[in-house]
Design a protein around this ligand. Structure first.
Ligand code: ADP
Length: 524
């Protein structure tokens, strides 16, 4: 885990320590963090999540397993806090943040999932998407004016449509009114609040904005789109703000605790980084997600970004919107080098190995494993590794993967500059599991030619969920939630000439052009 600000001094002997808890349900693991009133981490617990790959390009999670990891993490974090502090720990608020778009349908009567969750990066819906793109008058951008999103395998509605067309159990449950739809936040809140015995069916506007069924302006479901994708409003969760009491935990170690914060992981990081209007952050996890807070303004994108919901810290608070560039493969590329190619033994090793060579020796890696998301939105792209010579070693390949993360970010930043006024962006704020890699951060600053600011505590996603939850119940004051803490970051400045980074970027673009239209090859 990354360095956390020291937890505030323990409460006086005998008194209970009061904390805000955050569940961070990510793609590759689940974590629970307990934060004190100063935003310091008191304890945390992490459990990996099993990935299910039924076919190339498909990725599923078992919803019951997701729930099991959450239960285990709650127990683990509380046990660790009690052991460390030797005193009682009282959880005053619970926030939830989660992998977005991942789609769950379950039975309201039995609580059983109707199918495995279809994960955000799963691309089984490419045919559904192609069909809609051809038949709808607006083509790929048909939904953009309402939802801010292009047609892509990425978003939940297409996953729902696939399930309705391919899974009888789902179809029957939707028809009979027994089905409930949700992203992972809804699934977890429903379980936490009692499941089939009175569970609350709710989501927040940030998660809802990733389904392609939310009207961004009203922040309510757009009924014609809900119906177009084969659902009805009875199946949909209520859409709430990010900081309000959504329900109370029904049983277990957190029984009675208010669930008072809920945000999709990238929006939670925006809050955790305290990014106000005009500020941007990039999170380096499985994928990479850059969000620019555009305040109350809904900025349409004509350069391949998403217009999305940012956050609303209370039902009556002003909503913030964002422009987002989503990249599917970032840290996942490093995991792939470890697990599939076995070029490294651990993700951390990527740093020392890549640093053992001064450059990539002309190697470029486009990890378009399931197509390219922002700003391209090309489904039939596939990975390419090019520029190899007899001189190339695994160190060059690993370094090329790190650079690929940075080049993809550069493409997104260029699109943001074209879509919005970024003149106030002095630094790019970064976080996420891979952001602890110093070399990656230096390469990022070099290849963007922008300073990169990394907070000492990089689990900003969990922090954002805890801040929102704490704000709603008065555990954290508003100023604390919205103001940048001082002296809590490391700054990486560009260390190469602009000419050097532009040249390398031009080569990258050439490499991207070679990755297009390769899906047929991979499908053989
Ligand atoms: P998520 O929340 O999407 O599950 P995390 O924020 O936990 O992801 O980040 C995990 C990802 O970061 C993994 O894909 C892993 O390969 C990558 N990663 C972790 N440590 C490093 C490192 N030192 N250098 C590069 N990548 C790393």
């Amino acid at each position: 885990m990354s360095a956390a600000p020291a937890a505030a001094a323990a409460a006086p002997a005998g008194a209970a320590m009061e904390v805000a808890a955050a569940i961070d349900q990510g793609t590759q693991s689940t974590r629970v963090f307990l934060f004190d009133r100063a935003g310091g981490v008191v304890a945390s617990h992490q459990v990996p999540l099993r990935q299910i790959y039924p076919k190339a390009g498909w990725c599923e999670h078992d919803p019951m397993l997701i729930w099991g990891t959450v239960e285990a993490c709650i127990e683990g974090a509380l046990a660790s806090a009690r052991e460390k502090l030797g005193q009682d720990v009282q959880v005053k608020a619970l926030g939830i943040t989660n992998q977005r778009e991942t789609t769950v349908l379950w039975s309201r009567s039995t609580g059983e999932p109707l199918h495995n969750a279809i994960v955000w990066l799963d691309n089984r819906t490419s045919e559904v998407c192609a069909r809609l793109q051809e038949s709808l008058p607006g083509g790929k951008d048909h939904f953009r004016p309402v939802t801010g999103l292009p047609i892509s395998t990425y978003f939940s509605a297409y996953k729902v449509q696939w399930l309705l067309e391919n899974c009888d159990k789902v179809r029957a449950a939707v028809d009979s009114g027994d089905a409930l739809f949700g992203t992972v936040d809804s699934w977890l809140i429903w379980q936490l609040t009692g499941g089939a015995r009175g569970g609350v069916h709710v989501t927040d506007a940030s998660n809802a904005s990733r389904t392609n069924m939310l009207d961004l302006r009203t922040r309510q479901w757009h009924a014609p789109f809900v119906e177009l994708f084969g659902l009805n409003l009875g199946v949909m969760p209520r859409v709430a703000s990010n900081a309000e009491v959504l329900g109370h935990v029904k049983e277990g170690p957190l029984a009675g605790v208010p669930i008072s914060g809920c945000l999709g992981d990238q929006q939670a990081a925006l809050v955790g980084q305290r990014c106000g209007r005009g500020e941007a952050k990039n999170t380096y996890g499985t994928g990479c997600f850059m969000l620019l807070n555009t305040g109350s303004e809904l900025v349409p994108s004509t350069h391949g970004l998403l217009t999305t919901f940012g956050y609303q810290l209370g039902p009556k608070a002003a909503p913030h919107y964002a422009l987002e560039g989503s990249i599917a493969v970032a840290g996942l590329g490093i995991s792939w080098l470890k697990d599939n190619l076995r070029l490294i033994d651990s993700a951390d090793e990527s740093e020392a190995l890549a640093a053992s060579v001064p450059d990539t020796g002309g190697v470029y890696f486009v990890p378009a494993f399931s197509g390219l998301l922002a700003p391209h939105w090309i489904e039939d792209a596939r990975g390419v590794l090019l520029g190899m010579t007899g001189f190339t070693t695994r160190a060059h390949v690993v370094r090329a993967m790190l650079e690929a993360i940075c080049f993809q970010t550069r493409e997104v930043l260029d699109a943001m500059r074209a879509d919005a006024d970024m003149s106030h962006m002095a630094v790019l704020r970064v976080d996420g599991g891979a952001a602890k890699n110093d070399l990656l951060m230096q390469l990022q600053s070099d290849l963007l030619h922008v300073p990169v600011s990394r907070p000492l505590f990089q689990e900003t996603t969990a922090l954002g969920a805890a801040l929102a939850a704490g704000l709603a119940v008065g555990f954290y004051p508003h100023d604390f939630v919205t103001t940048h803490p001082e002296n809590h970051s490391t700054l990486f400045r560009p260390a190469v000439s602009l000419d050097n980074s532009e040249k390398r970027y031009a080569h990258w673009r050439k490499a991207v052009s070679r990755s297009l239209a390769l899906a047929e090859l991979a499908d053989q």
